[in-house]
Design a protein around this ligand. Structure first.
Ligand code: G6P
Length: 609
């Protein structure tokens, strides 16, 4: 969602801030802005649309000077996508200037209070209200004013504040939305994620919830909003510059699709002890006893991560023989869930910051569940709040449409399943066999990626169609959901995913001449049944595209187009069958001329409910 970058040091802030904004573009946004303190005065420039619009405007205005400043990409929550609603927001009375990620829930009450005091608002945002509250409480100490204001607000925030009256100071704070401070040589870069920091320094610290940091050129001071000092730990950022650059690919989504074999090899490294027939997971081994005793596993997530969690549900029940359920975090958190003894909740999240997933995790923990995280971003909120967990280790994912994180989530959930299964029912030989197959997945994905141009051709045939169906059964029902989600996210084509058997209960009414229906019909327990479902679509004039197992020549009799994937044990098949669907979505978006990495209205990391 919104992105934050701020700078204090000896360089001209504008150049650094623009570079930071470009690195943060992938998070999703609809306007951008920047402010510096120039000769003791706050100057703000904002623009609707892309960072490049802001850049043009800065150029027209002769640029912003100053060694201290802040910049922001906004994803609208309160108020429309307009320049007055873009950040930074300034309180003219006090000279306070602020950028903010998150939502101030009680802003309406604060706004009424401030209006009574004579404040005039120029935007519809909760952020401007916070700027004025800080200004109202300012009594010569910006840090104290920020602390005091934050004691009055409820909701989520990551903020950076500066003030004309203290032109050598940045004050930042966080609750619920991520914020980190890069520590350079006589300079500091504050950002909502490491990608805006790593080209300047690899030393950084995360702010914890309710923490405030005051930064000057000579150092920083961290405290809580109640002014209790805290000591953050400066750590090495585990992010390499090349990981967040395109490196010859046209889009990050494309790069990340092609990176999947390497990403999975990294994910499996050191985790499969084939000789002993055991999965080694350092991040959960301290809780082995509790995990073996688990009587129920609840997997919770949103978006693509939920589809991975659904595959996790099938894996855990099928192979580890523990009742499991996957549920939208946004539903789970509010439905007063019953958490029985020995329940394990697994939060699945690429970013580790999804607001609903984090809230569901807290709810389950409060009710006594053991909390595991299956997370990509090291040190993220979910990673820090879980009792134990397994990182995906697939590297940073920049493309808004999640691809390698999905495959990584399924891979890690498979490892967790085998970890449990082996300690419950599964023999060492069987576990070793599954691990061998698992380690063969990257090479099999490489074989699918070789069919890229064929997949593009097939996609091109149907590119004018506005409605698509994705159908699968068993382990590949969630894959069908994921295929439909990928297509709609970036190509804006309407697509529905569903269990193939469900089609007869309504969606079949949609099928008309030429409607593309993508079936996942790899060899497995329900293969014959999927073939029957394919016939039902064919006989009503739909165009059938099938993802099938290599060597299945029969399938050509019922399908217009066949995309083959190598054979593999059924529980591992979604990691293969999803690859053609990712490529189809990618090509559809490119063919339709859309900005693949910056799809309209979407955010990479959804940090508000
Ligand atoms: C957003 C993203 C999706 C992602 C979902 C969950 O909607 O656009 O790609 O699947 O959030 O994100 P998470 O970081 O928790 O996996």
């Amino acid at each position: 969602m919104c992105g934050i970058v701020a700078y204090i040091g000896n360089k001209q802030a504008q150049t650094l801030l623009l570079e930071g904004l470009k690195r943060l573009e992938y998070r999703g946004y609809d306007s951008a802005g920047m402010a510096t303190i120039e000769d003791g005065h706050v100057r703000v420039v904002r623009a609707v649309g892309r960072v490049s619009n802001l850049e043009d405007k800065l150029e027209d205005l002769g640029g912003l000077r100053g060694n201290l400043g802040m910049a922001h990409t906004r994803w609208a929550t309160h108020g429309g996508v307009t320049e007055p609603n873009a950040h930074p927001h300034r309180d003219d009375k006090s000279g306070v200037c602020i950028i903010h990620n998150g939502i101030i829930e009680n802003y309406a009450a604060i706004k009424t209070y401030l209006a009574e005091k004579g404040h005039k608002f120029t935007s519809d945002t909760d952020t401007e209200v916070l700027a004025m509250l800080i200004g109202e409480l300012y009594e010569g100490d910006l840090e104290a004013a920020v602390q005091a204001a934050l004691r009055e607000v409820t909701g989520a925030y990551a903020i950076v504040v500066m003030c004309e009256k203290e032109p050598e100071t940045l004050v930042c704070a966080r609750k619920g939305s991520p914020l980190m401070v890069g520590v350079g040589n006589g300079e500091y870069i504050v950002a909502s994620d490491g990608s805006a920091i790593v080209s300047h320094t690899t030393q950084a610290f995360h702010l914890d919830d309710y923490n405030v940091v005051k930064i000057t050129r000579s150092g920083f001071h961290t405290s809580t909003i109640h002014n209790v000092p805290v000591n953050p730990k400066v750590v090495q950022l585990e992010l390499e510059l090349q990981e967040i650059e395109l490196g010859g690919f046209s889009h990050f989504m494309q790069k990340e699709i092609f990176e999947q074999p390497k990403a999975l090899r990294n994910c499996f490294r050191g985790r499969c002890d084939i000789d002993e027939g055991r999965v080694v997971l350092g991040g959960v081994s301290g809780f082995t006893k509790e995990l073996i005793k688990a009587r129920r596993v609840v997997l919770t997530a949103q978006g693509t991560a939920l589809h991975a969690a659904m595959i996790g549900e099938y894996l855990i029940e099928d192979l580890a023989k523990i009742p499991a359920v996957a549920e939208y975090a946004s539903e789970f958190r509010y439905r007063n869930p019953i958490i029985e003894d020995n329940t394990v909740v697994v939060a699945v999240s690429q970013s580790g910051e999804t607001a609903d997933t984090l809230a569901a995790l807290r709810e389950a923990k409060d009710r006594g569940a053991l909390a595991l995280g299956v997370v990509n971003v090291v040190g993220s909120s979910i990673a820090r709040e879980t009792d134990a967990g397994v990182y995906l280790r697939v590297g940073p994912e920049i493309g808004v449409a999640s691809t390698k994180a999905f495959v990584g989530q399924v891979a890690v959930l498979t490892l967790v399943t085998l970890f449990l299964a082996r300690r419950r029912y599964m023999s060492g030989d069987m576990c070793a066999q599954m691990m061998k197959s698992l380690q063969g997945v990257p090479e099999k994905i490489e074989r699918i990626l070789e069919q890229d141009s064929k997949i593009r051709q097939v996609t091109e045939k149907y590119i004018e169609r506005e409605n698509w169906l994705f159908l699968g059964r068993g382990y590949n029902y969630p894959t069908a959901l994921e295929g439909a989600l990928k297509l709609k996210e970036i190509s804006y084509i309407h697509a529905e995913g569903m269990p193939a058997a469900e089609m007869k209960h309504g969606p079949i009414a949609l099928i008309n001449e030429g409607m593309p229906a993508v079936f996942i019909a790899n060899r497995g327990r329900q293969y014959e049944k999927v073939i029957s479902n394919i016939q039902e679509v064919r006989s009503r004039g739909g165009h059938v595209i099938v993802v099938a197992t290599e060597g299945d020549e029969n399938i050509k009799r019922v399908a217009e187009d066949v995309l083959y994937v190598p054979d593999i044990e059924e529980p591992l098949s979604p990691m293969l069958t999803v690859i053609p669907l990712q490529l189809m979505a990618y090509h559809a978006a490119v063919l339709r001329g859309h900005d693949v990495d910056k799809p309209r209205n979407l955010a990479k990391s959804v940090t508000v409910e």
